[in-house]
Ligand binder design. Structure first.
Ligand SMILES: [Zn+2]
Length: 425
């Protein structure tokens, strides 16, 4: 983290701590599961420290040179205090995060559905709209498929795009919707690249994996900083962290929690959740897929396997493809590319599973903003166009290379229309 951002973090932390004092929250009562979490500043010098902190079940959100900012419960604050690493804590008061008037452009569940229906109805020949499965509360997990003939598209190379694993990461739902709209608009205008890609690829978009959590997060127009789905756990708490519920590395490193009340609870078993089972069934039945992009917020990072191990991928050619693609995409969105576990170890996340099981070149983007300095999960709708524009070429690139991701290793390859000279170093 650069020094400016470091300094800004400090200033903002002080400011938020003051605001927190102005809005006291009881801390003596036992933490109720639907209470907003606490912001905590915690000492951490490297990925090993960060992994130990993650093992308490908090979610790590901001990374400094010698600290992290995390979200968690009072019980976790007590744990971190005992470990001697807690620097400060304050409540993430929902009243401070309530700006619904600013964010009317964001799509709730019904509006996601309406937007996908609009796109499909405007392009009936080149799209299909269906559901890959239902959530715990019975909502649909919609899929929009874009290809010259969606009914025979499984013969073409597929790129998969997902958003909304984590409830409060609403930006990650908007970007796939904006992408579908832009790609189809360009197609309508006869844009050569859009016409070529829709004519030669199977593009599958699942913008909202966790609609139950997302709807809970915005219920009554007040953001609740909710992360998980809404499964009722056996101890009376709610929610499983869907991005800790995949099978690869499930619960075999410290990067998830076995405590149901925690932010990163991994669930009772791999694929215990209807949402991850739906995603699994979808990807298992899409053998033509080669690339996958799963969108999250925030931190401005491009992450690739492994997350559940500090080892690099054993297949050195694959490892090189991951590195090259991540570096290429960072040219457009400016995010920092890295192996996921270099941040901290996580277990049971989607990209590890997708690569391990299906050899997909699978990436996680932690999109804007870089930190809570810019309102973290809730940057406001005015930021959406900027976030979308910088990520648009990266998403196109993942579609471009889906026919043969290994072609990115050929520095002379120009066939997908992107300059590769910067890869020569
Ligand atoms: Zn996330």
């Amino acid at each position: 983290m650069n020094r400016l951002l470091f300094a800004l973090s400090f200033i903002l932390f002080a400011l938020m701590a003051q605001l927190a004092l102005a809005h006291p929250v009881e801390t003596t009562s036992p933490a109720k599961t639907d209470e907003p979490p606490l912001w905590m500043k915690v000492t951490a010098h490297d990925k090993f420290d960060r992994t130990k902190i993650a093992a308490t079940g908090v979610s790590l959100e901001v990374y400094g040179d010698d600290y992290v900012m995390v979200l968690g419960s009072q019980a976790q604050a007590d744990k971190l205090q005992k470990m001697g690493v807690l620097i400060a804590k304050f409540p993430a008061s929902p009243s401070l995060l309530d700006f619904p008037a600013w964010d009317a452009d964001f799509h709730n569940y019904d509006e996601v559905k309406a937007e996908l229906e609009r796109l499909h109805q405007a392009h009936p020949a080149i799209t299909t709209l269906d559901s890959i499965g239902q959530t715990g509360e019975g909502r649909e997990i919609f899929r929009l498929r874009i290809s010259k003939d969606p009914h025979t598209a499984s013969q073409l190379p597929a790129m998969l795009l997902t958003g909304g694993h984590h409830a409060r990461e609403h930006v990650s739902v908007e970007v796939p919707l904006m992408f579908a709209d832009r790609l189809l608009s360009l197609f309508d205008q006869g844009d050569a690249q859009a016409v070529r890609l829709i004519g030669s690829r199977d593009i599958q978009i699942v913008p909202l994996v966790n609609p139950d959590g997302a709807e809970w997060d915005i219920q009554r127009g007040i953001y609740k900083m909710w992360r998980k789905n809404r499964t009722a756990n056996s101890d009376g708490t709610f929610g499983v962290d869907l991005n800790r519920n995949y099978s690869q590395g499930w619960n075999n490193v410290e990067g998830a929690s076995s405590d149901p009340g925690n932010e990163t609870f991994h669930g009772k078993a791999p694929f215990s959740e209807p949402e991850t089972r739906a995603v699994k069934a979808w990807i298992d039945s899409t053998p033509n897929a080669t690339t996958l992009l799963t969108l999250h917020t925030y931190s401005e990072l491009i992450l690739y396997p492994w997350g559940s191990s500090y080892e690099t991928i054993a297949n050195t050619r694959d490892a090189q493809v991951f590195k090259t693609m991540a570096k290429t995409m960072s040219q457009w969105n400016g995010y920092s590319p890295m192996q996921a576990s270099n941040l901290y170890a996580v277990s049971g996340e989607m990209c590890d599973w997708a690569y391990d099981t299906h050899k997909l070149f699978a990436f996680t983007f932690e999109m804007d903003p870089s930190s809570f300095v810019n309102n973290g999960f809730y940057p406001g709708q005015a930021k959406l166009p900027e976030i979308f524009e910088k990520n648009f070429p990266a998403i196109l690139y993942m579609i471009e290379v889906a026919d043969n991701p290994y072609k990115v290793l050929d520095p002379a390859a120009k066939s997908y229309g992107f300059a590769t000279s910067f890869l020569a170093e």
